[in-house]
Design a protein around this ligand. Sequence first.
Ligand code: FES
Length: 106
Amino acid sequence: MPKVIYIDVDGERHETDVANGLSVMEGAIANGVTGILAICGGSCACSTCHGYIDEAWIELVGPPNEIEESTLELASERRAGSRLTCQIAMRDELDGLVVHVADNDG
Ligand code: FES
């Protein structure tokens, strides 16, 4: 099972196993990672699952599609690696993915 390393807003590192096909958001919720609120439940409508893909992983993860892009406009503090974590499905090639949780509560 691929691993995802979440760095929460307090800088705490959570190394977790997230099954293929689950979203990075679902992996965060299942593993008690704070800061991923996911208020819309993963339907790309709220932006409270905002996270920053670590620089080394941005290319492999790929860019947001048009729908995600428009929802991302609701997110605060957007950066180069900004993604809605509910829109990233885990797969083997993302094993070791590092995601920094955005301040979704602020
Ligand atoms: S959970 Fe709402 S946009 Fe991802």
